[in-house]
Design a protein around this ligand. Structure first.
Ligand SMILES: NC(=O)c1ccc[n+]([C@@H]2O[C@H](COP(=O)([O-])OP(=O)(O)OC[C@H]3O[C@@H](n4cnc5c(N)ncnc54)[C@H](O)[C@@H]3O)[C@@H](O)[C@H]2O)c1
Ligand SMILES: O=C(O)C(=O)C[C@@H](O)[C@H](O)[C@H](O)COP(=O)(O)O
Ligand SMILES: [Zn+2]
Length: 369
């Protein structure tokens, strides 16, 4: 068993730890119990993850003196909806949650985003703990306090910043994760490297398809969490540099909003979004030619989509995609803001992307088959 790692997210009085590694659940369960003053654990749980790991979860909670009260959620983007929010919030109210109690999210990013938002609004704010069970949630969504739901207008357009008090990222849960979901989570690790850690990108590239093997992965997870924790500590509410964590997401969220329901997963949209962001950076001359192709080659090696024509959930229409990008939360003064690249390991915000040029750019990717 590899040693546990602990990454601190420094936010003054609201600082918290991310405990990472095999056995993190049992190792951190006393700390979890301290956040559950009524001797019960209010868990918003991904039904599938629960089906696979219920004995372990309940065993650890009981061992820590907590009675599990489990609210099951069918994971996926559909859970992140007004209906999903209403159902979970009402279930928490039916359980007579007190503000001093924590809502414990057990599952991937969809359950974490939903449960965090419910925790932010129920009784005007309850506690929150994340037990992420997907790679994506362990490296990215469980850290940083972005919570929310999707609406018909697009991804994550309603939500709140609500930090957890503890994150328990136990790699044991990843053993049951389908390969497609593992690859999807990996896209967010590559994103972190592209934004701010060129050395990490080179290590990922050297690992190639082996990057997803358990031994390599454990180190990469901790690297990605450390990177995100640093950015969040400096800019919790995205007044500036936190927006860089959105590399690939202006494109990615547009694909997700346009995709056939249930056909596309976030990490796949991000993978393609990363490639498009780098190729668009080449188009406007901010990054040297070849960087987009180099990134695409690495993402393709782990089985991620790198062309619009290969993305599940299509076909996609460039004009509709650009219309979606026009409602991105980063936009100001009606102009589309993209996160682009100057080099591997150096991202920046570009606030004036031209909608016509973006449409042509996307159409070219579709045509170049
Ligand atoms: N808040 C943030 O900062 C942030 C960051 C990145 C992504 N996100 C959001 O996260 C969401 C994507 O999260 P995700 O990729 O975890 O998707 P997800 O929550 O839909 O989980 C993916 C699938 O894995 C299953 N699953 C979960 N744990 C499992 C396990 N241990 N074994 C087997 N199957 C398991 C789920 O049931 C689901 O079918 C998106 O909505 C995205 O917008 C948020
Ligand atoms: O934590 C952040 O900040 C991110 O941007 C992380 C992203 O990977 C994540 O997908 C997030 O949900 C996107 O947030 P949004 O503000 O673009 O909705
Ligand atoms: Zn993301």
């Amino acid at each position: 068993m590899s040693a546990l790692q602990c990454v601190r997210v420094e936010l003054g009085a609201r600082s918290y730890d991310v405990v990472i590694g095999a056995g993190a659940l049992e190792a951190a369960s006393d700390r979890l119990a301290a956040l559950c003053p009524r001797g019960r654990a209010l868990v918003a749980a991904d039904r599938d993850a629960l089906g696979l790991h219920r004995d372990r979860l309940e065993g650890a909670l009981r061992q820590a003196g907590l009675e599990p009260v489990i609210i099951e959620i069918e994971a996926g983007e559909r859970a992140k909806s007004w209906a999903g929010l209403q159902a979970l919030t009402e279930a928490l109210l039916d359980a007579n949650i007190e503000r001093g109690e924590a809502v414990i999210a057990f599952g991937g990013g969809t359950v974490g985003d939903l449960a965090g938002f419910a925790a932010a609004i129920v009784k005007r704010g309850a506690g929150f703990v994340q037990i992420p069970t997907t790679l994506l949630a362990q490296v990215d969504s469980s850290v940083g306090g972005k919570t929310g739901i999707n609406t018909v207008q697009g991804k994550n357009l309603v939500g709140a910043f609500h930090q957890p008090s503890l994150v328990i990222a136990d790699s044991g849960f990843l053993q049951t994760l389908p390969r497609r979901e593992l690859a999807a989570g990996y896209a967010e690790i590559v994103k972190a490297a592209l934004i701010g850690d060129a050395a990490l990108f080179e290590r990922l590239e050297r690992a190639g398809a082996q990057a997803l093997s358990t031994d390599d992965l454990a180190g990469f997870v901790a690297d990605a969490v450390r990177f995100k924790a640093r950015i969040v500590a400096q800019d919790e509410r995205e007044a500036g540099q936190r927006a860089l964590l959105n590399l690939g997401h202006t494109f990615g969220h547009a694909f997700e909003a346009e995709a056939r329901p249930g056909a596309l997963v976030h990490g796949e949209a991000v993978a393609l979004g990363l490639v498009l962001a780098l190729k668009y950076s080449q188009r406007i001359g901010s990054v040297p030619p070849g960087v987009g192709e180099r990134t695409a080659a690495h993402l393709a090696a782990v089985g991620l989509p790198t062309r619009i024509g290969d993305l599940p959930g299509g076909p996609y229409d460039p004009q509709r995609l650009v219309a979606r990008m026009a409602s991105d939360k980063k936009n100001t003064a009606g102009r589309i803001t993209l996160i682009l690249s100057r080099a591997i390991g150096e991202a920046y915000a570009f606030p004036g992307a031209d909608p016509g040029d973006l449409t042509a750019f996307l159409q070219e990717d579709i045509d170049e088959r």
